[in-house]
Design a protein around this ligand. Structure first.
Ligand SMILES: C[C@@](CO)(OP(=O)(O)O)[C@H](O)COP(=O)(O)OP(=O)(O)OC[C@H]1O[C@@H](n2ccc(N)nc2=O)[C@H](O)[C@@H]1O
Ligand SMILES: Nc1ncnc2c1ncn2[C@@H]1O[C@H](COP(=O)(O)OP(=O)(O)O)[C@@H](O)[C@H]1O
Length: 280
């Protein structure tokens, strides 16, 4: 196989606790990740020169900053690959929205090129490379819904019931770095005791983001008409959870006209892995 496509799925943080700040500025977290059956579309084609070409919906990001390009170069150097690749991106996920699009693009690139270039790195080795690109990359490499600790890279796989989500993307952009460096961020939630399933858990970034971005506050309030609303990651996307597609679709159909959103079901195994396993 010299060319194939993979989804780079969205993630949701079903809860997110911040337990402390490390000396290097990164934060100790406890967060529950699930994957959605919805995401960016990436097509990978093997080339016989070492050039890495990224095409498609990449206009806003300089090539050297694109996480797809960075992931490809990292793997190429690590594995001394003599091959290159043409990678085409169809961007579906909102950027900087807390659904992990950039990290997922990077992870799908590492997974795909590991196969295309026959590097034969294990998922653990790929995750070790991936964490150099972002704290969220390892969960996408691991490919299973998981409870994460550390900076988000220490993963314990969990089985979650499949649900439907309506995800709403407020127009305000929030930088992850801005939230994590803000003096008012709550950083002292104690580590979980007992089972997370038996507790009502929220997102420690939410109060600060609501204060800084009135659009997020408005979105969370509006969604409350339908179900308990939550923010994912450092925002700005907010979501509500349902048992059925019909309920999620109902919320989407009632979204104010100038708001963006989508519906998707959650899966315990990342669609990128399901697709990769089907390629021989
Ligand atoms: C907060 C989370 C939760 O899933 O999601 P997003 O809202 O970004 O999607 C992630 O941990 C984000 O992961 P990712 O976006 O890969 O983070 P990085 O690129 O490594 O770091 C972006 C910025 O966040 C800070 N950061 C990130 C993770 C962490 N545990 N502590 C931090 O303080 C870093 O210091 C950096 O300034
Ligand atoms: N391929 C990419 N897709 C999305 N964002 C990217 C990509 N490459 C680099 N970035 C940068 O990473 C930042 C965070 O992206 P993203 O993962 O979408 O946000 P979040 O971590 O909030 O979910 C973007 O604002 C963008 O500057």
């Amino acid at each position: 196989m010299t060319s194939f496509s993979l989804l780079a799925p969205a993630k949701l943080n079903l809860f997110l606790h911040i337990n402390g700040r490390r000396e290097d500025g990164y934060h100790e977290l406890e967060t529950l990740f699930t994957f959605l059956n919805y995401g960016d579309q990436l097509t990978f084609t093997l080339t016989e020169t070492t050039e890495i070409e990224v095409t498609g919906d990449t206009t806003d990001i300089p090539l050297k900053d694109n996480l797809i390009y960075k992931a490809a170069v990292l793997l190429q150097k690590h594995s001394n690959s003599v091959f290159g690749a043409k990678i085409n991106l169809t961007k579906i996920l909102p950027m900087g929205g807390g659904v992990g699009g950039g990290s997922s693009d990077a992870a799908s690139t590492l997974l795909a090129l590991n196969k295309l270039w026959q590097c034969q790195l294990s998922l653990v080795e790929l995750a070790e490379l991936g964490v150099q690109l972002g704290a969220d990359v390892p969960v996408f490499i691991n490919g299973k819904s998981a409870l994460a600790q550390g900076i988000g890279e220490k993963l314990v796989n969990v089985e979650l019931p499949s649900k439907w989500y309506c995800v709403v993307h407020p127009s305000e952009h929030i930088s992850t770095a801005k939230i994590f460096t803000h003096p008012d961020l709550k950083r002292d939630t104690p580590k979980l005791k007992g089972h997370w399933q038996q507790q009502t858990l929220g997102n420690d970034c939410e109060p600060l983001v609501k204060k800084l971005c009135p659009e997020v506050e408005k979105t969370l309030q509006w969604l409350l008409k339908y179900a308990p609303s939550k923010m994912t990651g450092t925002g700005s996307c907010c979501f509500v959870e349902f048992a059925t597609q019909k309920e999620a679709q109902h919320v989407l159909e009632n979204l104010p006209h100038n708001w963006d959103g989508f519906i998707a079901s959650s899966v315990n195994i990342s669609p990128a892995h399901t697709q990769l396993d089907a390629i021989h």
